[in-house]
Write a protein that binds this ligand. Structure first.
Ligand SMILES: [Zn+2]
Ligand SMILES: [Zn+2]
Length: 346
């Protein structure tokens, strides 16, 4: 089945952290982290609806200005989500510029910002170009625990990791995927129409086989029959992003939880296990720890990134250590490309 998003690292593994989630439909994208975004062109950045920021160390937010400048005179809204203290940081960032040319006649660009406190969205604010980006506090959306965005097709979940400060990890989870099998529809002589969306909604909601669906021209049909003959149902895609976290038991448990069964797990591999002291001193994972976590989570593919500058020219060593811990006994040589280590995928 077609995937909801195509995720990819924005930079090579030794560049700034960040993942671009390109939606296959709807001319839309999202970003995990806002480090160096130079490799992304204006057309790619104009599609971004949400940017999820792990924490405000500079390598994770430095391109906020770049994105803002591009979006400023365009009406598409942008939402940014970050850890506690993030609203003040966004407000301060906007306050670093002079906005006297903005006013009631400006294009109505809206930036909304949300804070995730480790359990839920705890504070929100809106900054509108027409109001010269004055902060306007809003009640935060009431979503489930651990959820930062919820739409019909997917949710994005977050968890706060210990990096001496909170560092958020994120996971996009596609809803159960329900596609119409057009040939079967034609064979049964059933019409195309809004009833298909109603049936899809019922399937996603877990309605029983006996649930009756009104089909124009055919009366009511049991959902079980439609489910078996007209729809193809598959588990939705899962993409997880984990960066800047100390190697502690509590962090490992939280990461395994949010990365469980991920089709793509992007996880930081800044240090070799041999330099575990350096990793501990800066509250980061080692490549081996990242591989062990990916394995425990049952991820299908894992990509390492955020390589420390001390390993310039040694990216392969970090990738190999990750791959070995992820799939011990694997005889496949690690591929130096970002989505390198692969397990279980064809
Ligand atoms: Zn950091
Ligand atoms: Zn970092």
């Amino acid at each position: 089945m077609t995937q909801l998003v195509q995720p990819r690292l924005v930079n090579p593994p030794d560049g700034d952290p960040g993942v671009y989630l390109d939606f296959r439909f709807g001319r839309r994208a999202m970003l995990f982290d806002l480090g160096d975004l130079a490799p992304l062109g204006p057309r790619e950045l104009l599609r971004v609806s949400h940017a999820f920021v792990s924490h405000a160390h500079m390598d994770h937010v430095a391109s906020f200005d770049h994105l803002l400048r591009l979006r400023l005179h365009r009406p598409q809204p942008l939402a940014v989500i970050g850890p506690e203290g993030f609203l003040r940081q966004v407000e301060n960032r906007l306050g670093a510029f002079t906005w006297n040319l903005l006013g009631a006649d400006s294009v109505d660009f809206r930036l909304t910002a949300h804070e995730f406190d480790g359990a839920r969205l705890s504070a929100s604010a809106e900054f509108r170009a027409r109001e010269a980006f004055r902060r306007r506090d809003l009640p935060p959306p009431t979503l489930g625990d651990g959820v930062v965005v919820s739409e019909d097709d997917f949710t994005v979940e977050a968890v706060a990791l210990d990096h001496r400060i909170p560092s958020l990890a994120f996971a996009l989870r596609e809803a159960v995927r329900v596609n119409v099998w057009r040939t079967a529809l034609d064979d049964l002589g059933l019409p195309v129409g809004p009833w298909l969306d109603e049936a899809k909604t019922a399937i996603r909601a877990g309605a029983s086989d006996g649930h009756m669906v009104a089909v124009p021209g055919h009366g009511a049909m049991p959902l079980g029959e439609l489910r078996a003959r007209v729809f193809r149902i598959g588990q939705g895609q899962r993409v997880a992003y984990v960066t800047d976290a100390a190697d502690t038991a509590a962090n490992r448990a939280r990461i395994v939880e949010i990365a469980r069964d991920a089709d793509h797990l992007f996880i930081e591999t800044p240090f070799l296990e041999a330099d575990r002291d350096l990793a501990a001193a800066t509250a980061h994972l080692t490549a081996r720890a990242a591989g062990e976590i990916a394995r425990a989570a049952g991820a299908r593919r894992v990509a390492g990134f955020h390589h420390s500058a001390r390993y310039t020219g040694q990216s392969e060593a970090l990738a190999a250590e990750l791959a070995k811990a992820f799939a011990p006994g694997s005889t496949t040589a690690p591929d130096p490309s970002p989505s390198a280590a692969d397990r279980g995928a064809p």
